[in-house]
Design a protein around this ligand. Structure first.
Ligand code: ATP
Length: 298
C-alpha cells in the first residue's frame, strides 16, 4: 500500500518584511498564492526505516538525509504518535529548488499528509497545521493552498477569497539564492533606516477578491526584491525583459532567484514564456495558474 500527495508551489504577491526580531526571525505580512507547479510525495511502508529518494530535473540538489523537510515531517508525526518512522518517501520534484517557491516546504506538507494517511493517525487539520508551523514558516500554507495572508513569521494564516484565476510565468535562474542570505542582505540594506511594521495591502486584497489582473499588477510588492537583486543583479534584466514581453507585473518570487510575471490571460502567459526562455539568465520559463488547492491525496 502507498499514498501519493500532490502539492503546489507558491508565489508571494505581497511580501512585507519588518525589522529583525530578537529571535532573528522577521515579522512578515505575506500574501501567498498557490500556483500550478507541483511536487508529488509517495509514502510506502519501509521495513528498513526512514528512506528518502527523489527524481526530477533538480533532484541532485535535494538532500536525501534527515535534513530533508519531508523526512523532518515524517519524524515529527511519528514522534507525536509514538511510532517508528518506517517509511520510504519518494519525491517527484518539479518545483524549482532554492527558487523562492517553497519547494522544500511543499514536500514537508505533502509528506505529513501522506504519512498521516498511510499510518491512519487520525490527526485533525489543526494538529497537522501545528506540526507544519514547527517545520517552517511556509509549510502551513503548502497544506492549505489557495490564497492566504500569513502573519507572524508567515505561519499564522488567514485564508483569502479570490475572484478568478491569475496566469503567471515563472523563470528559474541559472543559480540559486539562499533564503537566509537574502534576509541578511535585507538587514544590511536596512541598517540605520526605520522599518515600518508589515501590514497587508487592502488594495491588493481587493484586487485578489475581484480577480482583476490589472489591479493586482498595480499592487504586488516584494520587500525582499532589492536584497535579491543586490545579490543577483542579472535578475534586473530578466524583469525588464518580462515587462517588454507584455507582463502586467514583474517581480522576484519570495527570496528569489525565480522571477514571476503576471499575464493578462493564458495566451499572453505562453507568449511571455516563449520570449523569456532564450534569455542567458533563464534556465526554464514555465506558465502556471493560481490559485490552486493545497496538498491533496491522489
Ligand atoms: P522558500 O521559498 O520557502 O524560501 P526555496 O523555494 O527558496 O524556499 P527550497 O527549494 O525549499 O527553497 O530549498 C531550500 C534548501 O532546503 C535546499 O537548498 C535544500 O538544501 C533544502 N531542502 C530540504 N528539504 C528539501 C526538499 N524536500 N526539497 C528541496 N530542498 C530541500
Amino acid at each position: 500500500m502507498s499514498v501519493t500527495v500532490r502539492v503546489p508551489a507558491k508565489v508571494n504577491v505581497q511580501l512585507a518584511v519588518g525589522a529583525a526580531r530578537p529571535d532573528g526571525f522577521h515579522e512578515l505580512a505575506n500574501v501567498f498564492l498557490a500556483v500550478g507547479l507541483y511536487d508529488e510525495v509517495t509514502a510506502t511502508p519501509s521495513p528498513d526505516g526512514l528512506r528518502i529518494t527523489c527524481d526530477g530535473p533538480d533532484a541532485a540538489q535535494v538532500p536525501l538525509d534527515r535534513t530533508n523537510l519531508a523526512a523532518r515531517a515524517a519524524l515529527a508525526l511519528a514522534e507525536r504518535y509514538g511510532r517508528t518512522p518506517d517509511v520510504h518517501l519518494h519525491i517527484t520534484k518539479d518545483i524549482p529548488v532554492a527558487g523562492g517557491m517553497a519547494g522544500g516546504s511543499a514536500d514537508g506538507a505533502a509528506a505529513l499528509l501522506a504519512c498521516d494517511a498511510l499510518w491512519g493517525t487520525g490527526a485533525g487539520r489543526e494538529e497537522l497545521l501545528d506540526i507544519c508551523a514547527e517545520l517552517g514558516s511556509d509549510v502551513p500554507f503548502s497544506l492549505v493552498g489557495g490564497a492566504a495572508l500569513g502573519t507572524g513569521r508567515g505561519e499564522k494564516l488567514t485564508e483569502l477569497e479570490v475572484g478568478g484565476t491569475f496566469h503567471w510565468v515563472f523563470v528559474t535562474a541559472t543559480r540559486g539564492l539562499s533564503t537566509p542570505a537574502v534576509f541578511r542582505e535585507f538587514d544590511r540594506l536596512a541598517e540605520g533606516r526605520d522599518i515600518p511594521d508589515p501590514v497587508a495591502s487592502q488594495p491588493l486584497l481587493d484586487a485578489l477578491a475581484e480577480g482583476d489582473p490589472d489591479a493586482l499588477a498595480a499592487t504586488v510588492t516584494n520587500d525582499l526584491q532589492p536584497a535579491a537583486l543586490s545579490l543577483f543583479p542579472e535578475l534586473t534584466d530578466t524583469l525588464a525583459a518580462g515587462r517588454a514581453a507584455g507582463a502586467l507585473a514583474a517581480l522576484v518570487s519570495g527570496s528569489g532567484p525565480t522571477t514571476a510575471f503576471l499575464a493578462r490571460d493564458e495566451q499572453a502567459a505562453e507568449k511571455i514564456a516563449a520570449e523569456l526562455r532564450p534569455l542567458a539568465t533563464s534556465r526554464t520559463a514555465r506558465t502556471a495558474p493560481g490559485p490552486v488547492p493545497g496538498a491533496t491525496v491522489l
